[in-house]
Design a protein around this ligand. Sequence first.
Ligand code: AHR
Length: 501
Amino acid sequence: MQKLVVNPINKKSVINPEIYGHFSEHLGRCIYEGLYVGENSDIPNINGIRTDVVEALKAMKIPVLRWPGGCFADEYHWKDGIGPKENRKKMINTHWGGVVEDNSFGTHEFMELCNQLGCKAYINGNVGSGTVQEMSEWVEYLTFSGLSPMTELRKENGRTEPWTVDYFGVGNENWGCGGNMTPEHYANEYRRYATYCRNYDSNQKLYKVACGPNADDYSWTESVMKTLQPLDGHGGERLNGLSLHYYTVPGKEWDHKGSATQFDKAEYYLTLKKALKMEELISRHGDIMNQYDPEKTVGLIVDEWGTWYDVEPGTNPGFLYQQNTMRDALVASVTLNIFHKHSDRVKMANIAQLVNVLQAVILTEGEKMVLTPTYYVFKMFQGHQGAQLIDSFMETEEIGTGGNTVPNLHESASIQEDGTINLSVSNLSSDTSYEVDSIIVETEVKEVKAEILSGATDAYNTFDRPEQIKAECYDNYEVTGKGIRFTIPACSIVQFTVKTK
Ligand code: AHR
């Protein structure tokens, strides 16, 4: 019997809903086909945006969406994507498959998508190949309500009122595809670009995100934090967030990242072990940030994370299309648990990417749509959004094969304003179920609802069999005087919603 202790007395940081954020890049079939099919499509849509996908994402409670990249952001020129569609400039998407981008999905279409989803907008500006003026004018076009050349242009294009943009990224991966800069050079560029990203209206305050490190590049974090000295608060160029990108790639070589669906036990545990590295990355980057920002006013924004495998056989290698199994669901669950536990520093995270790319929550094929195991994790965990982290401690044992060991169980807990407790528990074992005896300290459990996602490690949904894996009601538990005793099957995720009042 494994012991689990949850202590709701000790309320900690608020889990920002944006930790459940997503990312949509002009890459493969994410934007075109996945989200946007155009007004003349036979696929049901509103203003060109797929209705089935919007409904599914609303049910999952998507809080924020990042766009237009990724690497694409640093070669995107926003003025090419506004005005009459027939006049929009075509470009080559040099990063992703060399396909022609016709710019039919631009600023107005993205803001319409966010409006239909009811989510916040996170726009990523171009530092690598754009100008300060271009970025400044984009912010003006998006958010200014007064009289100016950009607001006139916006009105000509059919939009009178400004939009609300909550988050703005000043470049993406500027250590790589965003211009191959050194950290000091980038940080100085950040000051210059961010200065001219104005807060035009009193109700509009941009949360500016600087390009942070790739995985364990601690020296990037050190240099950028040092150069930007967030405590000095340099007026317009003040830093609100620093990004972190980390992908879980099981293969040793980039050309052999591993299959999304065909893997043995060793690769399964290796993948989970690599996903759990997020804990160390956040702690160590957080330690560096603490030196310059002990009050934790700067958020760590994990705006790209998830699994990255070889593309599905026969698909365009530049489109990054991969299937999604129970292994991915476990990666999502442990990563979200880690974000909860670091919600004092992690203020937003965006899994890559929303539809048809990398660890997607939705896959589409023509008019068909399928929800992936990862989708169900986001849906089951939605009670954590905006709740307060509470202490939880799980007795675990190391399991795995070869050198690839991981804890058998993984958990996190939070409490909502009305006293409802959310408890998420994952069983990482591929073949063993466990009995867990949980104690919820000084709490009278009034009512419990539970859901489970489970299946073989390599089980997934297809367009022909879309409901192989889905969240189901779970009743293999018993409410004890002190908490809940339950049996958690191998390779599964259980979500408890506990009413205490
Ligand atoms: O998500 C795919 C790519 O991964 C993004 O464009 C880039 O930022 C990262 O390297």
